[in-house]
Structures are given as structure tokens and as C-alpha cells.
Design a protein around this ligand. Structure first.
Ligand code: HSE
Length: 310
């Protein structure tokens, strides 16, 4: 019996919560924006293959792929005499800011856990996902793996008992995301940030994030937009993303409510509650922000389901 699992794209940070907030994405036109993993039993060992539109950007030697490594980890941990055939359909561009590595890791570990009849519970699996994703991105942070796995808007708690919690989202919002086609390394984009911040920045960061969470619970969209400001990463990353600053001001002129960097970029996100404005922004971004083959813009809602069998 074979199992296929889909893991959606995600936005780390969501502008206001560096390493602490993340959201999963679902294009409203039903386009596929996430990796898929197919798994079935084999006599022994790991039989790995990679397919899909972005597979050519992965290491050619399959053994270096994180999905292969996830499968090896499972077989060893469970002392399994049985093996697996595992295929990664790589639908998300690498280094895009859309949680591409998280999507592969989450789909693989979820599929393996299902295949072996759930030896790990939700929290244990989430910790594993963070650990494996950290091997690729260079540091363990859960703001992509958590929403990718669990869906919706996730706030990181990082306590021994609970990695994250779902917070209410604004169902009327459209999230326009645009990926220009270039690839940026998360590790390098993290190096652009200072190691220390002024006290006033720390206070603004805490105020924005706590007010955004409060507004989410109150369903106060006006307040949420007023505080959806990135003082931690955007000031240091904007310059490294070609066309980002211009796009941000053009999107404001088009009537978008706010714009930010998705994860460590180069994908940007922009928010509106009007479908018409979202579609106008999508067209503008397609014409002006996309610079390389493979770039795209989507009008999305949040993916409230997260990773699932398909
Ligand atoms: N929180 C992470 C960052 C997300 O901004 O570096 C990217 O993986």
C-alpha cells in the first residue's frame, strides 16, 4: 500500500514575528504550492527518487537529500528490517522564502510516521521536523515546519511541553505572495542581521508581536495591520532582495494594506481584504517583481489543514 502526503508552503516570520510566527499558504486557484512525498514498503533499505519541477536544483546524489536522511533515520530508530521506497515531488523552489526545505522534511517525516503506524506523537514529530530542517537552514527554528505541519497561523512557544500554538487568523484576508525566481540562502540572510539590538527596537518588536496576537484574538483587523511591522529583519534584508523596496511602495499605492518579506526572502507577501486589489497586485508583481524563469505570484488564503494524506 502506498501513501502520498502533501505539505504546504509557509511564510516564516509573517513580518511581525521573527522566528516566532509562521503561516501556511493555499493558492485560491487550487495551484499546487507544496511538496509531495510518496512512500511504500520495500524489502530492505531506502530507495529514494526525486521528481517534480524543482528536483533539478537538489543535490544529484540522492543520499545527500534530507528526505533520504529522514527515511534512514526512521529505519535505524525503529530497527526496521523492512525498507521503504520514497519519492520526493519537489514543487517548491529552493531558497525562496516559502519554507521549501520545511515542506520536504515535514512531508517526509509525516509520511514515514504514517507508514510505520505513528511511532511518534505530534510534539515529538514536530521536534524532529525542526531538527532536520535546521540541518538545511543552518539553525533550528520552527516558524516554517510548525505551520507547514499543523496549518494556519502558528505562534512559537518553545516550551518543553509545547513547541507552538495555533492563533486565530483573519479569514477575510488575501495573502498575495510573489517569488521572483532567484534563490537566497537562509543562512546568509540570517547573517545580515545584527547580533544585538537597541532596547527601543526590542520594545517595538515585543509590542508589535504581542499587539498582533492580541488583535488576532480580538479579530481587530485594523489593529493587526497597524502593528504588522518588521523591525527585526526587514531593515537589514530589504536591500539584499532586488526590487523589494520598490515593490513595497507600489503595492501600497495599489491599495494593499501591508507588505513584508516571507521568511528570509526573496518571496514577498502582501495583504488585502479585497479580491480585486489582490488580483491587481498579482498582475503588477508578475509584470514587475518576477525576474527569472520559474518565478510566480499567487493570491492565497491560509492553508488551515497543514500536512495531509492526499
Ligand atoms: N525565521 C527564519 C528567518 C525563516 O527569517 O531566517 C526562514 O527560514
Amino acid at each position: 500500500m502506498s501513501i502520498t502526503v502533501y505539505a504546504p508552503a509557509s511564510m516564516g516570520n509573517v513580518g511581525v514575528g521573527y522566528d516566532l510566527l509562521g503561516a501556511a499558504l493555499a493558492p485560491i486557484d487550487g495551484s499546487l504550492l507544496g511538496d509531495r512525498v510518496m512512500i511504500e514498503a520495500a524489502d530492505s533499505g531506502v530507495h529514494y527518487s526525486q521528481t517534480g519541477p524543482w528536483a533539478h536544483k537538489l543535490p544529484e546524489d540522492g543520499k545527500q537529500n534530507i528526505v533520504y536522511q529522514c527515511a534512514e533515520f526512521f529505519l535505524e530508530k525503529l530497527n526496521s528490517t523492512q525498507g521503504v521506497v520514497i519519492d520526493l515531488e519537489k514543487n517548491l523552489p529552493v531558497g525562496s522564502g516559502l519554507g521549501s526545505s520545511a515542506s520536504s522534511v515535514v512531508a517526509a517525516l509525516y509520511a514515514l510516521n504514517e507508514h510505520f503506524e505513528q511511532p511518534f506523537d505530534e510534539q515529538a514529530l514536530l521536534l524532529l521536523m525542526g531538527e532536520f530542517e535546521g540541518m538545511i537552514s543552518g539553525s533550528v527554528h520552527f516558524d516554517n515546519v510548525a505551520p507547514c505541519y499543523l496549518g494556519g497561523m502558528q505562534l512559537m512557544l518553545n516550551t518543553p511541553k509545547q513547541v507552538c500554538a495555533t492563533i486565530p487568523s483573519f479569514k477575510q484576508w488575501y495573502w498575495v505572495v510573489a517569488y521572483p525566481g532567484i534563490s537566497l540562502s537562509t543562512a546568509k540572510m540570517r547573517e545580515l542581521l545584527p547580533s544585538q539590538y537597541d532596547k527601543s527596537v526590542a520594545i517595538d518588536f515585543a509590542r508589535h508581536l504581542s499587539a498582533f496576537v492580541h488583535a488576532s484574538y480580538q479579530q481587530d483587523a485594523y489593529l493587526a495591520i497597524a502593528v504588522l511591522k518588521d523591525v527585526m529583519a526587514e531593515p537589514y534584508r530589504a536591500e539584499a532582495i532586488p526590487g523589494y523596496t520598490d515593490a513595497r511602495s507600489e503595492l501600497e499605492k495599489l491599495g494593499m494594506l501591508t507588505t513584508g518579506i516571507s521568511g528570509s526572502g526573496p518571496t514577498l507577501f502582501s495583504v488585502t481584504d479585497s479580491l480585486e486589489t489582490a488580483q491587481a497586485a498579482q498582475v503588477w508583481l508578475e509584470q514587475h517583481y518576477l525576474s527569472e524563469a520559474g518565478g510566480f505570484a499567487h493570491v492565497c488564503k491560509l492553508d488551515e489543514s497543514g500536512t495531509r494524506r492526499v
